[in-house]
Design a protein around this ligand. Structure first.
Ligand code: NDP
Ligand code: MG
Length: 385
């Protein structure tokens, strides 16, 4: 029986992770849960899964119901303590935003295996995180959950030491795939939140519309698979059946296919190197009829260009890109600015700050803070919740 801690249990990935635990009660037990503000669902989950530890980071815990007193509640600043004391074998990091970085490093310091859904962790602190996650006894201590990276990781099983020549990162293209640039610039919140193939949290759904999600995934892939940025090619594949592909020296390309359902990569990380029933059916290929591919357009979606530029700039540039994007998405979701301003805000933040140092966790926190401040100044925002 594996003990699993879920950080971000009330979110889209968190609840799907708990669905898989529910499906395999003989194999997994939840030892810790964390949420940010959704107190009601958090308490319901504790009632059902009976973890020994829990942490609510973004709001007052208030009175703990009588029937939940078996669980030890930690304060937001006791993250590392909970990571040490929870008895987890695996820690699912599925909070949203850069908060995933501290959680991942704290859990690694406590010797846990990380199941990483949160891409901002590698975008902000890729080098530090990879240093903290060496293989142990021939097994990885960091397993990707993001569907594209899980696909690449699955394609790499059994590669017999052959190096990767190319990574083909697939993208659905999002709701604005066929829109001209001027129309994208004025897209509304409802249009941006209307993703054609995936149902996800609001931040990542907006990122999918702007293709900042793919930009973050390029950076994530660079660190996870230790490849140069030029080896990563984004391919638009609107049906979202191929989740990504890997090319080798001889021209062979391996792909991982399946229905667009996060339960597959979530459960694969939980059961690696084995596999179990995730509850997800095979694709109906005959009904699907065809799979199509298009070139990714960095003119209409400047996020893609910005990702390669930030990787080339090095230092904390990727962390700054992420921070500015988080601020801009927040402002867009509040209805304070048009969609196209997201790109301008990120680009302007990067050009104002340049690549700040990123040698230590402190440097990264500093860069994140400065990029947020700069983006907020640019957008005339005083305060973000
Ligand atoms: P959601 O917004 O649905 O959920 C986020 C979770 O994190 C919630 O439990 C939330 O708590 C918690 N949370 C929010 N802010 C903080 C914070 N500052 N500190 C600690 N916890 C916080 O997000 P998703 O599940 O969609 O995404 C989670 C991560 O996984 C993201 O990094 C995303 O990029 C990545 N991912 C998601 C995919 C998906 O299909 N959803 C696919 C691939 C990657 P509360 O609800 O209590 O406020
Ligand atoms: Mg993805």
């Amino acid at each position: 029986m594996k003990q699993i801690a879920v950080f971000g249990s009330t979110g889209s990935i968190g609840t799907q992770t708990l669905d898989e635990v529910r499906r395999h009660p003989e194999d997994f037990s939840v030892c810790a849960l964390s949420a940010h503000t959704n107190r009601w669902l958090f308490f319901e989950q504790i009632r059902e899964f009976r973890p020994r530890c829990a942490l609510l980071s973004g709001t007052d815990l208030g009175e703990v119901p009588e029937d939940l007193r078996f669980c030890q509640f930690y304060r937001a600043d006791e993250l590392s303590l909970m990571a040490r004391e929870c008895g987890a074998d695996q820690v699912m990091v599925c909070v949203s935003g850069v908060a995933g970085l501290d959680i991942t490093l704290a859990a690694r310091q406590a010797g846990k295996t990380i199941l990483l859904a949160n891409k901002e962790t590698l975008v902000a602190g890729g080098e530090l995180v990879m240093q903290a996650c060496p293989e142990e006894k021939g097994l990885p201590t960091l397993l990707p959950v993001d569907s594209e990276h899980s696909a690449i990781f699955q394609c790499l099983q059994g590669r017999a030491g052959n190096p990767v020549s190319r990574i083909f990162l697939t993208a659905s293209g999002g709701p604005f795939r066929t829109w001209p640039r001027e129309k994208i610039a004025l897209a509304t919140r409802e249009e941006a939140l209307n993703h054609p193939t995936w149902h996800m949290g609001r931040k990542i759904t907006v990122d999918s519309a702007s293709m900042f999600n793919k930009a973050l995934e390029i950076i994530e892939a660079r660190w996870l698979f230790s490849v140069a940025p030029e080896q990563i090619e984004v391919v638009v594949h609107p049906q979202s059946i191929i989740h990504s592909m890997v090319g080798f020296a001889d021209g062979a390309v391996l792909a991982q296919l399946g229905v667009a359902d996060m339960r597959v990569p979530i459960l694969y990380a939980m059961t690696y190197p084995g596999r179990m029933d995730s509850g997800v059916p095979f694709p109906d290929f005959a009904a699907l009829g065809q799979m199509t591919f298009e070139k990714a357009d960095a003119e209409r979606f400047p996020a893609l260009r910005l990702a390669y530029e930030a990787l080339r700039a090095g230092g904390a540039a990727c962390c700054e890109l992420n921070a500015a994007n988080e601020v801009a998405v927040y402002a867009f979701l509040q209805g304070w600015m048009p969609f196209g301003r997201i790109y301008e805000c990120v680009e302007e933040t990067l050009s104002r700050l340049g690549a700040l140092p990123a040698a230590t966790l402190d440097d990264i926190h500093q860069a994140d803070f400065r990029a947020r401040r700069t983006a907020m100044e640019l957008l005339h925002i005083d305060y973000i919740r």
